[in-house]
Design a protein. Structure first.
Length: 301
């Protein structure tokens, strides 16, 4: 029977050291989540500053690749050692479910619980910028594994001691984790749908007729981008971008009378930004409309 051993714990808690000490000389496949996270970030080509949502997707992608690698090993009858942070039961359950689908593997988990001295030593050795206190706070976030999650054995690793630590099975943990997982899935799905809808809408703005409002003379026309361009309008998507300040003028009106021009030339504030309190009522309407583009151009107002 194949054995899958998870090794979990906070940063610098000694996971890699433990794996090297107990498994490196054995005939096992070792899959470390960090390798896959790096891969996911590289593939996404994301810069250092990324949104939380993009980051979350990268982590999900990394888990997917990591799990695929584990399943591949299990499928060919290899024992597997898995290095993961795995703080939450829901993350562990998504792995365990998949492993149980394809095999009757024995699943065990080792939770790193180092003494302060050992942990501090690890931090110093790696010259980490984080303090022991902050790492311990991370560790507090760990939901300690419960047999109900599907583990055959759960161990606490305190420095060089390995203790079996099986709490009574608690089905509540599993129920809650599954609920969290399905909510998370639904959230990702609806965000994707929202994004696809928006992309479709933006693409349609190149060809569909929509309301063009001249911010200077108040003229409005329900025309396509092409027609607007041909009759002299300065309007996105051809000129400037939706939701960004720029001229919104018909063929007869001048740039110098636009909100865009005013904001960029009147140095009332250090930067050319819109200060709503300084706007006239008409300018405020223009600015509100710009901020809600392209949706604000679909219906006549
Ligand atoms: Zn005009």
């Amino acid at each position: 029977m194949v054995t899958v051993s998870f090794v979990i714990g906070a940063n610098a808690s000694g996971k890699t050291y433990f794996i090297n000490k107990h498994f490196a000389d054995k005939d096992v496949d070792i899959h470390n989540i960090y390798d896959y996270q790096q891969k996911a970030y590289d593939e996404a080509g994301l810069a250092a500053e990324i949104s939380r949502s993009a980051q979350f997707r990268c982590l999900l992608k990394a888990q997917e690749m990591h799990l695929d690698a584990i399943i591949e090993s299990v499928n060919v009858g290899r024992d597997v050692v898995v290095e993961q942070t795995f703080f939450k039961a829901k993350r562990r359950i998504s792995y365990i479910d998949k492993i149980c689908e394809v095999s009757d593997a024995r699943i065990e988990i080792y939770v790193m619980c180092p003494s302060d001295e050992r942990w501090q030593m690890n931090i110093d050795e790696r010259e980490l910028k984080r303090s022991l206190e902050t790492l311990k706070k991370d560790q507090d976030e760990i939901e300690f594994p419960n047999p109900a999650e599907g583990f055959d054995a759960i161990y606490k690793v305190i420095d060089d001691d390995i203790e079996l630590h099986m709490e009574p099975p608690n089905e509540e943990i599993v129920i809650r984790a599954r609920k969290d997982l399905s909510e998370e899935k639904e959230k990702v799905r609806s965000e994707d749908e929202e994004k696809a809808k928006r992309k479709e809408l933006l693409e349609s703005m190149n060809t569909r007729p929509f309301w063009h409002y001249c911010e200077v003379c108040g003229k409005k026309e329900f025309i396509t981008d092409e027609d607007a361009f041909n009759s002299g309008w300065d309007y996105p998507p051809r000129t400037g971008h939706f939701r960004m300040l720029g001229p919104r003028t018909c063929g007869k009106c001048m740039l110098k009378d636009t909100l865009y021009y005013k904001v960029n030339t009147e140095k009332k504030v250090p930067l050319p930004v819109v200060v709503e309190e300084l706007l006239t009522p008409e300018e405020r309407i223009t600015w509100q409309r710009i901020k809600k583009e392209p949706e604000s151009l679909l219906e006549e107002t």
